[in-house]
Write a protein that binds this ligand. Sequence first.
Ligand SMILES: Nc1ncnc2c1ncn2[C@@H]1O[C@H](COP(=O)(O)OP(=O)(O)OP(=O)(O)O)[C@@H](O)[C@H]1O
Ligand SMILES: [Mg+2]
Length: 908
Amino acid sequence: MRRSAAPSQLQGNSLKKPKFVPPGRSNPSLNEEITEVNLDIKLLEGAASNAFLQAENDSGVCSSNLLPTKGKTREINNENNYSGKCFEASAVTTLDSPPLVHLAHKEVTEFMGQEEESDSLIKYFNVVWCKPSKKKHKKWEGDAILIVKGRSFTLKDLEGKDIGRGIGYKFKELEKIEEGQTLMIAGKEIEIMGIIPPDDFNSGRCFQLGGGSPATPSSQAARKCFSNPFKSVCKPSSKENRQNGSQNCKPRHDPHAPNSLVMPRPDKNHQWMFNKNHFPLVDVVIDPHLVYHLRPHQKEGIKFLYETVMGMRMNGRCGAILADEMGLGKTLQCISLIWTLQCQGPYGGKPVIKKTLIVTPGSLVNNWRKEFQKWLGSERIKVFTVDQDHKVDEFIKSTFYSVLIISYEMLLRSLDQIKNVKFDLLICDEGHRLKNSAIKTTTALISLSCEKRIILTGTPVQNDLQEFFALIDFVNPGILGSLSSYRKIYEEPIIMSREPSASEEEKKLGERRAAELTCLTGVFILRRTQEVINKYLPPKIENVVFCRPGALQIELYQKLLNSQAVRFCLQGLLENSSHLICIGALKKLCNHPCLLFNSIKEKEHNSTCDENEERSLYEGLLRVFPADYNPLLFTEKESGKLQVLSKLLAVIHGLRPTEKVVLVSNYTQTLNILQEVCKRHGYAYTRLDGQTPISQRQQIVDGFNSKYSSDFIFLLSSKAGGVGLNLIGGSHLILYDIDWNPATDIQAMSRVWRDGQKHSVYIYRLLTTGTIEEKIYQRQISKQNLSGAVVDVTKTSEHTQFSVEELKNLFTLHESSHCITHDLLDCTCTTGKDHTDDSSEKFAMSGHCQLDPHHQKSNSLKPLSMSQLKQWKHFSGDDLNLTDPFLKGIRENVSFFFQNITNQATAM
Ligand SMILES: Nc1ncnc2c1ncn2[C@@H]1O[C@H](COP(=O)(O)OP(=O)(O)OP(=O)(O)O)[C@@H](O)[C@H]1O
Ligand SMILES: [Mg+2]
């Protein structure tokens, strides 16, 4: 887009130009409400007919012109400067500028009669605007989008906000608008910079970069991002230095060697921006020592990271999100990048970075150190990990280390010191925790001046598009504009288009905006799914096991459902979060009745009057327990799941005595019970939960993974240690309970099926049949709201708000069903229903249902959908044809199984 003098005139009057912000730089001063962009088309369509009604209510309308009179132009002006004033447009012509069209008057009477002007007459233009002046060199104040339909127009700034509107112009004048023309509208002088194709408007692209493509440096701020990335490393050099430099300018490794991995060369534009000293171009070649180990997707990933942090993919924007699914080796890709940039660079071979900061969850600090050691040995890169005995000070004082690895918690504590260090590269591992820009960790990291930022995450966005914005804005600040403009331009249309009541028009707009957002952010986000490493991994056998509840559980469950508290919830009589207390009690009961017993006792001893609901929930429950009930002496048969678990452990131990089990729960109290079961059966175990000191975590993990370890079971709290851990010592993973957020469960399940795993992996997810656990599972697999909109945007964690209908469903026990999840699938097979031997045979022969044969079975770690679940094999617990030896061993207490095998061809 030709931009004439506008950008050059920005200098020196920053206060007045906040809206001249390219790639949607945020404009915090903008508080006014923004007109809904997604309704533009509607607005414009309605504009003609509603014009007079609107005018009457619009404070910006000149009252004397309320009823337009013949020969007068009506102006609607939203700008404060002009508010309430009737702007009489006058011809302002300068010698050099193109002739200014004075938009002239209209015939009001004609106006109403000419509504038939068709939709196809909507036109969009890029413009720059300023206050009217006769000066030759205009002081353009901002970019804007001019939308013209028939006789009406709307002028929007790049945040999507209306900054001017008008109706009633002579059709001819609006029709003949062309590039370079200057107009006076809405009290502003505008220059038409170019025509915007309708697609660019509908996609929202025109609001970014003033209509330029992401790869074109089209604006001031985009150029500003080209701040010399090498300035700290590659000092401006004298002629002499340059010559010396040139002599050493050979690639560090042979770019022509077989299997060499050479990074893409910067293009002319990049060279012009960053190689002012005209150093010779040198190939950046990844150390063959590393290349030897790299998987193909990792080679691609390194190229992607290299190009992104070098500002080669997007106008000097240096932030990247590597969102590969879990276990794809994001750590190795980053280590390769660090090692490369620390030793090499494209201009004269000068290294690009000196110091790197890696921020990671506490339990992974030592895992990073180990990975550096694993791939680069201890001599190449000197890595400093912060812990209680090794403080940031030590790193600062020494010139020995180039990489600082620190936990998020420690970062907050040492922020002041860290701010004093010049880091050239910042890597945030498990960076989805930065999804909230208000939290301390995010603000702390934002405050670091480092431009090259990488977020690593296996679960990029768990909740919503605003969280997605926070991640994007962290790595490439301002790229999506301010939060308010992002909401108007992307979030609202996308969400609106997914509402069942969305009109065709809204649907289309939402789709286009989603596509545009994907396109815009896709330049610096890379996500590969687990499929890419499947072939390097052993088979995975995933089972969902529906466990029959014990008699005590059923009785207590019914009592809970009949309690006054639950009844009030269902009648919508309780306003606060008492339904969560009911849900919590049911979940505890599913894990084991003794957990519920403990809660009741606890409430008995220290209840306050505002806990009436909880007491009413528990009323009469103690009588259901045996009189001498001792929670410490709990039995396995009291809980369906515990009974199955106990059998399962015995079967695994019996059939595969050398294999190990990772046993996961979300609750420490439940882990205590599971630990007690280990003790009772004499199983050697180790445990990692929120209480485990960070310094000990890696040791515990290493111990378990070691082939010399005698531990049979690893007790893991998914919330504390679910992310990032490598637990390949275990080949069986049992999820004892279920979380509302599928990402938590997926994270936990991904700990064992990853690179380095030698055995077939067995995953068991235990659910209590007919209970709330099944409902949560269904919610996990059926809720896909925004999935696929941008990245894996899955809105699932909203578990605090339920409609009465939803609560009714949650608070129902389905005693007679073998598996309500299967009942819901509308599967024609008779498995799980009362069936004869015949029917079970029929099912066994077909292996599994194929109700949806066109649906591709996916091995990716995305939350399952109902239709994917239909593809899984399923068996009732009493299926005589059950061949899986593990399932056979536990079938007695199981009402139903779902099973899915990945990499079956090589299944052992
Ligand atoms: N090319 C490779 N060859 C062999 N092993 C590899 C390779 N790449 C990675 N690994 C190993 O795979 C395991 C998983 O890697 P890593 O921890 O980096 O995964 P990740 O992508 O960070 O997953 P998560 O999202 O769960 O943290 C590690 O033990 C790592 O050493
Ligand atoms: Mg990781």
